[in-house]
Design a protein around this ligand. Structure first.
Ligand code: G3I
Length: 372
């Protein structure tokens, strides 16, 4: 079935089975297609957000840690690891029989300064940075060996034009920092799935760079299991054809594809080049926060249609896709309320601020049913 016919059938089905669909859970609906997950923040697994925990337990069969395994959280000082939140995250996943994802080992953001500097504040050598990267990966991946089943090993290494980002990792170590990170992760847990995770690969230039990067890594024998398309989307970007083409391009290399950080920003753009780059913040203008009193029905329906179309593509590629993970659980706690401008009211997920399923939830469940 083509994704267009899946979408059409989903839209028709959605209009006749809303009460029934609302009773189905996401993990039941997608059981035969791919795992379905959410990124969770600390309160979900430490008891502060009991409603969020109940929702996650009921709806999802895989989890990702929104922040608690990032370098600055887990390894803030040279000798100091802080594993307590991550331990509780992993316990939560095990208790609920979920596929547990680790995020993320090597990234240009959320890494403390000390990682790149010696005790005089000068840049460390290539050998020293490789040693630090190795020891970090060995400690973190090693601690959860056999429990965290897949790792975002390298996150966001590409520029928008497809060239390699001049991060401190790249500047100090050289282009092979990516291969080294995968080697170290594989050494620390040979059975773990290892991912390259990136945003905006749906844009052609960046996709070409991504395909070339993964092709080279595979040719060197580097164990890349899957490419993560983050999926930080907007109502008008990317086109479903570009999502389709991106999944197909990576599948053709022989790797799996995960949708790793899915959400749909419904608010007006506040920057022309808006992407998921967390360093690129902006001020919201006068009309940048139009839905503080709730998302009006036409926009709610448009979001449901957008999600139906996206899931139509994911379902068409179910052979390539092993996991679709949302970046958050409810609209209340989404990062998009504070990005790129702080303090807005966004509606990017399937559950509203009270944790109730939205029309977009019914639309994706209907898409799953229509594809059977
Ligand atoms: O927890 C502190 C809080 O104590 C403090 O008062 C507050 C003041 O700003 O900051 C809080 O930490 C924030 C944290 O989110 C938790 O809310 C950090 O400042 C903020 O930088 C951090 O943002 C996270 C961002 O990555 C940067 O790490 C977002 O939650 C998280 O959703 C976002 O996730 C990234 C993925 O890792 C990679 N791909 C893009 C994606 C979205 O940017």
């Amino acid at each position: 079935m083509s994704y267009k016919s899946i979408v059409l059938a989903a839209l028709v089905a959605g209009s006749v089975c809303l009460p029934l669909c609302a009773q189905t859970t996401l993990k039941e609906a997608f059981h035969d297609s791919f795992r379905i997950g959410a990124a969770i923040h600390q309160a979900v697994f430490t008891g502060g957000d009991a409603g969020g925990a109940t929702l996650v337990q009921a709806q999802f069969d895989t989890i990702s840690p929104e922040n608690d395994l990032k370098w600055e959280r887990v390894h803030p000082t040279p000798q100091g690891f802080n594993f307590d939140p991550a331990d509780r995250y992993v316990e939560f996943g095990e208790k609920n029989h979920m596929f547990i994802v680790g995020h993320c080992l090597v990234w240009h953001n959320q890494v403390p300064r000390w990682v790149f500097e010696d005790d005089k504040g000068q840049p460390v050598t290539r050998e020293e940075l490789l040693r630090r990267m190795h020891d970090h990966i060995a400690a973190v991946v090693g601690r959860y060996r056999g429990r965290i089943r897949g790792w975002d090993v390298v996150n966001e290494a590409l520029n928008e034009d497809g060239t390699l980002r001049r991060s401190e990792w790249q500047r100090i170590i050289g282009d092979d920092y990516i291969a080294k990170a995968f080697e170290y992760a594989h050494e620390a847990d040979p059975k773990a799935e290892l991912y390259y995770n990136e945003y905006s690969l749906e844009n052609e230039a960046k996709r070409k760079g991504g395909v070339e990067l993964i092709r080279k890594l595979l040719a060197q024998g580097i164990p890349v299991t899957a490419v993560g398309l983050q999926g930080h989307y907007r109502m008008d970007w990317p086109g479903v054809e570009d999502v389709d083409a991106s999944i197909a391009a990576f599948q053709a290399l022989g790797v799996k594809v995960n949708i790793t950080e899915l959400d749909v920003d419904v608010l007006p753009r506040v920057r022309r080049d808006q992407s998921a780059d967390v360093s690129a913040r902006a001020e919201g203008g006068a009309n940048s926060n139009p839905y503080t009193a709730g998302l009006p029905a036409p926009q709610q329906q448009a979001l449901a249609d957008r999600y139906a179309a996206l899931f139509g593509v994911f379902l068409k590629h179910r052979d390539a896709i092993t996991r679709v993970t949302f970046w958050g659980v409810t609209d209340r706690t989404s990062w998009l309320n504070d990005f790129p401008a702080r303090g807005r009211t966004n509606y990017p997920l399937l559950f509203d601020r009270e944790g109730k399923p939205k029309p977009a939830f019914d639309a994706v469940v209907a898409a799953a049913r229509a594809s059977r």
